[in-house]
Design a protein around this ligand. Structure first.
Ligand SMILES: Nc1ncnc2c1ncn2[C@@H]1O[C@H](COP(=O)(O)OP(=O)(O)OP(=O)(O)O)[C@@H](O)[C@H]1O
Length: 592
């Protein structure tokens, strides 16, 4: 067994035998709280670290889980397990409502909204007669599992840690799945994800819900550990502390949630003991010192403690990449190919105005199956905007776009992608901390189906192999087979563009839109790219490309559309365009 595998197993065994050893009760209590906090922080890893949605409000969901069980077990004499179920249902309902109200917000509005609901939910519990107001509810029964009483902290320890570790495993499984890769695109790559056919809002709601449910389970365990509830452990202060734990541990990493919860709890408790003794007076001094410690951690390990630990240990724990076990995977289902000469794309007087600026002025052209069309023009002519209008990234001001007989004007880009149009971007859009292979596999999202629950349970491995086999095939095609395990963010610009092309090809498109594909490529790489595009044409695919490299465009395209100042100037074969005096004056003339 390699040290990389032996260390986690060793820690797991230690965690298991610890309560059986004669360790002080205080240790067990500490570990119980660390497990409960880690459960909430794991949700924040998904929501904030991976999904980029900052929430200060998780303590409110902890409170819902705790109070639901407290009410049902003390006032209705129901089993705590019914309390758990009710807590999860209420949490899901509240979280869905809040998600629909707040998740379309961006920037600082979302964190502010989470503060608002944290305050209002806490205020509600503190003022409701039936919830015992500020005194809360006492006398909760202990948990029982399979006839065993979990009244003792050492017994409940096993349930807390089993749930926390299962949550960690499920989150890790999810992040390494089809749905997880879509979730990883939420933080900064939503335009790309939508263009790959992914509903980003749906995944935002899903991670919001998962984080809320994990918090709710933590609240349920907490309530039956304490055997009482009151509003203060679910107040905004605790919501902020959960976020701190996740940030300190490493907000993008699951084990960071555990490290963060542990460090936070231990430092806080030690300081509570130490500081009054040192200063000779009582007071909440630990809050001040903890604040300073947190600032230092954020300054010197900005990504958190877990990433710092893994990068330090990388010297002797050599990172392993995923085993290449997909060679025999069945190919993914292919889309119906376009008929020869089929009218694929009909761009009809499309127009885009940004305030007073007409960036695209009633431009029309058509693309038939198996054609390579160039879209050229000087800087600022409106080429990229036209791309964005066709692919649904921007809404039209007027005009119409039809793709394979479907009216797609103003449809979201994910719906257009599902019809078989795929694209690359002028400024490469990717997930930098994911491997090239995983980035490219995102392209095959529309050709696969495994969802969040299957991802969490680690099911759907056969489909995963199909996705990676397709991703590798497309990477080989663009000459990047040897770089598939590298981090996408470590690539130079040229290979990043090729990676985007491989990702677009993974969608099995009928029409491929390439925005400046040759920019940043060396001469030989450009020639190889030209060969790939010609091969795609032979396979019946159509390509629309924006490109500034005239030699590349002239040698590759069947027809060229020239734009200037948002207007279509002329359209024709490369020979006609090269000899056109209007084009020479407007475009080539300015270049040469
Ligand atoms: N979101 C936006 N808001 C306002 N103006 C915009 C926006 N996007 C583009 N423009 C403007 O629209 C015009 C066309 O821009 P566009 O990027 O489509 O040109 P382009 O032909 O692709 O240029 P380049 O070759 O330099 O990429 C430019 O004047 C640009 O400044």
């Amino acid at each position: 067994m390699t040290p990389r595998k032996a260390i986690p197993w060793g820690l797991l065994v230690l965690l298991f035998i610890l309560p059986l050893l004669p360790v002080p009760e205080f240790w067990i209590t500490q570990l119980n709280y660390i497990g409960l906090f880690a459960l909430v922080s794991t949700g924040l890893v998904l929501l904030t670290g991976v999904g980029g949605l900052t929430s200060f409000g998780q303590a409110a969901f902890v409170g819902i889980g705790a109070y639901a069980s407290a009410v049902l077990t003390t006032q209705y004499a129901l089993s705590p397990w019914m309390g758990l179920l009710a807590g999860l249902l209420i949490t899901a309902a509240v979280a869905l409502l809040l998600a629909l109200l707040t998740l379309r917000m961006s920037g600082h509005y979302l964190p502010l909204a989470t503060i608002a609901w944290a305050l209002s939910l806490n205020f509600t519990t503190a003022n409701m007669e039936s919830l015992g107001k500020y005194d809360g509810i006492q006398g909760l029964p202990p948990l029982h599992l399979l006839g065993i009483s979990l009244q003792d902290g050492r017994a409940l320890y096993y349930l807390i840690w089993a749930i926390a570790l299962l949550a960690a495993r499920a989150t890790l499984n999810l992040l390494d799945s089809r749905a997880g890769r879509a979730i990883r695109a939420l933080n900064g790559a939503t335009t790309m994800a939508e263009a790959m056919g992914i509903s980003t809002l749906r995944y935002k709601v899903v991670i919001f819900l998962i984080a809320a449910l994990l918090a709710s389970v933590s609240g349920w365990l907490f309530a039956h550990l304490q055997r009482s509830v009151n509003p203060s452990p679910f107040a905004l202060k605790m919501g902020i502390e959960y976020l701190f734990m996740a940030v300190v541990g490493g907000v993008g990493t699951v084990w960071g949630a555990f490290i963060g919860a542990g460090v936070f709890k231990i430092i806080e408790d030690q300081l509570k003991e130490l500081l009054p003794a040192l200063l000779g007076s009582s007071g909440n001094f630990e809050i001040i010192v903890l604040g300073v410690v947190l600032v230092l951690i954020i300054k010197y390990a900005p990504k958190g403690l877990w990433p710092a630990i893994t990068s330090l240990s990388a010297r002797w724990l050599v990172p392993e990449h995923r085993p290449r076990n997909w060679q025999s995977a069945a190919p993914l289902a292919a889309r119906d190919k376009a008929r020869p000469q089929e009218l694929l794309l009909d761009v009809d007087k499309v127009r885009k105005q940004f305030g007073g600026l007409v960036a695209v002025n009633d431009v029309s052209f058509q693309i038939f199956a198996g054609e390579i069309i160039g879209l050229i023009g000087p800087n600022g002519a409106g080429k990229s905007t036209t791309f964005n209008l066709i692919s649904g990234v921007l809404p039209l001001s007027s005009g119409a776009v039809r793709f394979r007989g479907h009216a797609v004007s103003n449809k979201p880009s994910r719906e257009i992608a599902r019809l078989g149009m795929s694209r690359t971007f002028q400024h490469v859009k990717m997930i930098p901390d994911m491997s090239v292979l995983e980035n490219v596999a995102l392209g095959a999202y529309v050709r696969s189906s495994k969802g969040v629950v299957q991802g969490m349970l680690g099911l759907g491995k056969a489909e995963e192999k199909q996705l990676f086999a397709e991703a590798e095939r497309q990477l080989q095609r663009v000459g990047m087979g040897t770089q598939m395990f590298e981090l996408a963010g470590n690539l130079a610009l040229g290979p990043q563009r090729l990676m985007e092309i491989a990702r677009a090809l993974c969608t099995d498109p009928a029409l491929l839109l390439l925005d400046e594909p040759a920019a940043g490529l060396r001469h030989k790489e450009k020639q190889a790219l030209g060969d790939v595009i010609r091969q795609l044409k032979r396979e019946g695919m159509s390509v629309l490309l924006v490109e500034h490299d005239m030699e590349f465009v002239m040698g590759l395209t069947d027809r060229i559309v020239v734009m200037e100042f948002g207007t279509k100037l002329v359209e024709g074969t490369p020979a006609l365009i090269q000899s056109s005096p209007i084009v020479r004056a407007a475009y080539l003339g300015t270049e040469h």
